[in-house]
Design a protein around this ligand. Structure first.
Ligand code: 5GP
Ligand code: MN
Length: 337
């Protein structure tokens, strides 16, 4: 948590109406959107002028979140977004640890700003750009950190159904449905209160997970057919080429969660999914692991990425086949060392 003097400063900053912008990472997930919109709903009740800026479009399966219609998309509304950011009294950056995580385009602009920034995030190794830093990798989600932050400011009474629904969404998605190891008694106590404040937990689950298109499920089928096992490294991986994505009319968010299937095989401790993106000229990679295999380090060292010990991502500028070969070679290197 912030120190008590930082909390006092933040509290006095928030005592008068301010222009506040909330920013999250590119390709926002449930935690990025949930923490940002949850905080937005609290700050609005305090009469601030608040906007949430997402670097790019958010996935359809999150489009039901309260106020998601008002999100400003930096890569589509650059002038509006830049003006908002420049004129902000305070900028909250949520669920990321380095300004480049907002993407090259928005990240370069963010680096030119001298506004007061607040960072709330649970990824490893935060960069040094924020005046107020709440970074803690023991949290399973940024949403749970925002919940603790709201309480630390003594604004628990502002957690209404909208706030609670947003925060619940990020906790649910980032904890893989309360199953990842960072799900603690505190997480469940938080969730208990969110439900008391009106979250319809069953409906949220349905909205998030029972809204697949037929194509998405077929794409999952293809991904599972492409799943390869590397028993010598206790590893597995999945590939999806641009052509395959096109075959199933890929929409943003369609590949969300597919990577986790690779870990459900007995004796597999590290897995990856390689997704070709011809537009961006990259292979986007997600890594997952169990136990102490550190995919954050692996992604940083070999694939221009980062994240958490058991869930990380990165990218490669080689083609799909070469990238997979590099992955296998790097697994071998790590096994030797
Ligand atoms: P996912 O695989 O679900 O996209 O991401 C898993 C975790 O790794 C998330 O916490 C995400 O923020 C982080 N992550 C994903 N891609 C990248 C990347 O390219 N760079 C860094 N630093 N972190 C990433
Ligand atoms: Mn997160």
């Amino acid at each position: 948590m912030f120190t008590s003097s930082e909390l006092n400063e933040l509290k006095s900053l928030l005592a008068e109406p301010k222009k506040i912008t909330i920013v999250s990472h590119r390709n926002p997930d449930g935690d990025a959107m949930g923490s940002s919109l949850g905080l937005l709903h609290v700050l609005k009740q305090l009469n601030h002028q608040v906007t949430f800026i997402s670097p790019n479009e958010f996935p359809e399966f999150l489009a039901w979140l309260p106020n998601s219609n008002d999100v400003v998309i930096f890569e589509k509304q650059q002038n509006v977004a830049e003006e908002l950011l420049k004129s902000s009294d305070l900028i909250f950056t949520l669920d990321f640890n380095a300004l480049h995580r907002t993407g090259d385009f928005m990240g370069n602009f963010m680096k030119t700003l001298s506004n007061t920034m607040v960072l709330i995030d649970h990824h490893e190794l935060p960069d040094d750009y924020a005046k107020y830093l709440f970074s803690n990798t023991n949290y399973g989600s940024t949403c749970e950190m925002v919940y603790d932050f709201i309480n630390a400011l003594d604004y628990n009474n502002l957690i209404n159904k909208e706030v609670a629904t947003c925060i619940y969404t990020g906790i649910l998605t980032d904890s893989g449905g309360f199953r990842f190891p960072k799900t603690t008694p505190a997480t469940h106590r938080c969730v208990a209160q969110l439900i008391e404040r009106g979250v319809n937990n069953s409906e949220v689950y349905n909205l998030l997970y029972d809204n697949s298109t037929y194509n998405r499920l077929q794409l999952l089928g293809r991904a599972l057919q492409n799943l390869k096992l590397l028993p010598e490294f206790n590893a597995s991986y999945i590939t999806l080429s641009q052509e395959e994505l096109n075959d199933f009319n890929y929409q943003k968010g369609d590949t969300e969660g597919i990577v986790n299937y690779g870990l459900t095989i007995k004796d597999v401790f590290i897995t990856a999914i390689f997704i070709e993106n011809k537009d961006e000229g990259i292979i986007k990679i997600s890594f997952r692991s169990q136990g102490d295999y550190d995919v954050n380090q692996f992604a940083r060292k070999y694939f221009n990425g980062g994240g958490h010990i058991n869930a990380a991502g990165g990218k490669s500028f080689s083609n799909l086949e070469e990238t997979v070969n590099q992955f296998i070679a790097n697994l071998a290197k790590e096994k030797q060392s």
